[in-house]
Ligand binder design. Sequence first.
Ligand code: PMP
Length: 356
Amino acid sequence: MSSRSLMESLLRPELLASKAYAVAPSSGLIKLDAMENPYGLTDLLHQAWLESLAEAPLNRYPDPHPESLINALKTHIGLPVGIELMLGNGSDELIQILVTAVAGTGRPIMAVDPSFVMYRLLAGQLGLPFVGVPLDAEFQMDLPAMLRAMSEHQPAIIFLDWPNNPSGSLFPEAALEAIIQAAPGLVVVDEAYHAFSQTTFAGRLGQYPNLLLLRTLSKEGLAGLRLGMLAGPAEWIRELDKLRLPYNINILTQRSAAFFLQHSTILDDQAEILRAERERLFKTMATLRLTVWPSAANFLLFHVPGKAAAIYDGLKKGGVLVKAFTGHPRLGDYLRVSVGKPAENSRFLSVLESLL
Ligand code: PMP
């Protein structure tokens, strides 16, 4: 039997039909494609961080439930009393755990469309239908359409990225409340870009039995650590935690996260610069021949009808990597730029202007 026919007889058809998550090569380019924090560490902090890792016992498994780190993260987020936290290898892993928990029920995963691609991808990989409710022409949520779709499809989980990736829109709090109250299943508010929107549903955790919250350290400056957090009522976290692999957060990540939480004002200061740079980018781009949407995150989506591929290539030739959505049914004519350091943003703006 050939590998191909063995694969076809063994693997789920939705896996064979799906595409792997692709990341564009970025060597030598100003990397404005993945919403990373562009700032590294000062030399002094770098040295102190390395020292904090020196005693890490690499011969031992890491603590499967690092209590003091979890408590420090609860304080960092500002969780109400009684709300528990579960750690993931990035919030991607926690989304996978959530979808795995309801796989087999046949009930769909729902999100707005477009939204963070992993919701759809993981639903497909785990054999669940995905319902994407289109955002309106301004990338705002169509609440009546959401409520209708919820009642029609009875989703097991609704993911709401707040602010939304890739548009940067921050849906009204009242719309999220209405969804949480009407939902027939879980609602997961994904606050990956909290550092840039400075908004949160953390204070409402525990008020609704079906509300969970996702956070990550990736966007505020520590993407390389891979540390995501899922917060919610203790009974939910207890059940979901059964799906977590025992040692999913390695010792270097645990130690580093604890170290950076003691220096989090540095990350706050960087986020403040990035928020100001986002506004500068937005204002300047709004004067160019393109449409750009206001964003509460650390990226901007812009519309360049018929020119997205040429501008993407031109920016790359000019040394700047942004995100293209080639082949996407709605976003083919759009590009997304992450906010970088001031000089990187200026370079992006000058190359972009020369291409328009
Ligand atoms: N949620 C949203 C809305 C995102 O945009 C991203 C990353 N692009 C993630 C979650 C995943 O973040 P990570 O796995 O790095 O924690």
